[in-house]
Every structure is written in structure tokens, then in C-alpha cells.
Design a protein around this ligand. Structure first.
Ligand SMILES: O=c1ccn([C@H]2C[C@H](O)[C@@H](COP(=O)(O)OP(=O)(O)OP(=O)(O)O)O2)c(=O)[nH]1
Length: 152
């Protein structure tokens, strides 16, 4: 079962009431980055490549097609007995863009990141709502204790 937006709101900060949706809570864009050096995924361990922050122009990001790492504006926590998912706002899809996301583990806490893929030039304002976080009831063995715990 998925929790209601009002319940999900208990696990995010900061938050305005207009971010609370029927089935989840909207996430905003805090900052965007272009990756400038390779990362690595080994059988043991991982590294994330270096990044260059994208600067807004006249109060908005003017994004050409490409891949951008997006840092969300809200710090969130995935409570016990739950798993989190982030979905893009459909307006992104309708504008030929996509936000790629992964699983948000029980016990994770932090200001997470996603991959914004821009298929057609788009303008996005810093602080604009771009995604929605939902929480589903779930069994789990242990809690997230990886290197991204408490990030950002
Ligand atoms: O789109 C997402 C999905 C998850 N997370 C956060 C929450 C999650 O609990 C944590 C770690 O995600 P995952 O387990 O997929 O990363 P990993 O590459 O397997 O890292 P680790 O080895 O630390 O588990 O990152 C994000 O920031 N963005």
C-alpha cells in the first residue's frame, strides 16, 4: 500500500503545503551538475565522477539536450517498513525530458540526486517542482547504511 501525501510529508524538510499531492510530495530542484570525469563501478566499491555546477541565467536554467545530475531541494527520510520511489513530473515527459531514479531504501536519510535527461531544450527555475516522492509499505532486511547516507 502506498501512503497518502499528507503522511509522506512527515518525512521531508523543508516543505510548503503546495508540495503535498494526493499520493506523495513534490520535490524541487536545488541545483544541477554536468559530469566532467568518469565514475567507476567495481565488483567492490564505487566512485562518482567530478561535476561542474550549472549556473542559472536570469533566474532559470536554460538546458540544452544532454544529461544533468539533479540535486533535490528537500532532505528526506525513508521510515522503517517502507520503500521510497521518485517519479518525474509528467510535464517533464510532455517536454521530451526524463528524470531517472532508483530505489530509496528504508533507513536512508539525505538530500538525494537524480539524473535529468533533456531531449529538447527546456527552461527550469531553481526551486521549481520537478518530481514526486512516494512511500510504499515494504518488508526489508536491515536498513540503508551505505556511503550516501546523510548526503548533501
Ligand atoms: O534516484 C535515487 C534513488 C536513491 N537515492 C538514494 C536513496 C538510496 O537509499 C541511496 C542509495 O541508492 P542505491 O542503493 O541504489 O545506490 P548504490 O549505488 O547501490 O549505493 P550503495 O552501494 O551505497 O547502496 O541513494 C537517490 O538519491 N536517488
Amino acid at each position: 500500500m502506498f501512503e497518502s501525501g499528507v503522511t509522506v510529508a512527515d518525512y521531508l524538510d523543508p516543505l510548503d503545503d503546495d508540495q503535498i499531492q494526493p499520493n506523495g510530495v513534490d520535490l524541487t530542484v536545488e541545483s544541477l551538475y554536468e559530469q566532467v570525469s568518469p565514475g567507476r563501478i567495481g565488483r567492490e566499491g564505487k566512485t562518482v565522477g567530478d561535476r561542474r555546477e550549472v549556473a542559472p541565467e536570469d533566474g532559470r536554467y536554460r538546458l540544452d539536450p544532454g544529461a544533468y545530475v539533479l540535486k533535490y531541494g528537500e532532505r528526506l527520510r525513508v521510515p522503517d517498513d517502507h520503500v521510497g520511489f521518485v517519479y518525474p513530473r509528467s510535464t517533464l515527459l510532455r517536454n521530451s525530458c526524463m528524470l531517472n531514479t532508483a530505489v530509496w531504501d528504508a533507513g536512508y536519510e539525505g538530500r538525494g540526486e537524480g539524473l535529468l535527461q533533456v531531449g529538447h531544450p527546456i527552461e527550469i527555475e531553481p526551486g521549481a517542482r520537478v518530481a514526486q516522492f512516494v512511500l510504499a509499505a515494504a518488508d526489508h532486511d536491515g536498513r540503508y547504511d551505505g556511503s550516501y547516507h546523510g548526503e548533501n
